[in-house]
Design a protein around this ligand. Structure first.
Ligand code: 5GP
Length: 113
């Protein structure tokens, strides 16, 4: 059975979001708690829990998520951004539906905390 998450509720329209993109495979929307002037998420429509749950059949989907995020960033005239995928609780994952963070608009620190 597929677990309900806040993102599955965003996908089915139960919870509103500031949507930036919607296609057959994914949506992108602004993060509700932005950690940078630009902070949006790209999530697959397929309910994948995390990167560690991806299968070989998801390879094209993973590329698509990155490509769409990059396209959105460029449409915002950005040339610098950070992409983050938290996998597992200790890494900071709080929503267990795969998502890629795109952050920009400020200088990023390294190493990340
Ligand atoms: P994680 O910590 O799992 O890598 O990232 C989850 C992200 O989802 C967080 O940055 C959090 O702010 C965002 N988020 C959680 N709930 C909502 C929501 O209801 N709407 C939106 N737009 N973002 C959310």
């Amino acid at each position: 059975m597929t677990e309900t998450t806040i993102f599955s509720k965003i996908l089915n329209g139960e919870i509103p979001c500031e949507k930036l993109h919607d296609d057959e495979y994914c949506i992108a929307f602004n993060d509700i708690s932005a950690q940078a002037p630009v902070h949006f998420l790209v999530i697959p429509k397929k309910p994948i829990v995390s990167l560690s749950e991806c299968m070989l059949e998801d390879v094209n989907l993973l590329g698509h998520l990155l490509f769409i995020g990059s396209k959105i960033a460029k449409s915002k005239n950005l040339s610098n951004w950070r992409t983050v995928i938290n996998t597992g609780e200790e890494s900071g994952q709080t929503v267990f539906h795969l998502h890629i963070h795109f952050l920009s608009g400020r200088k990023m620190k390294w190493p990340p905390g």
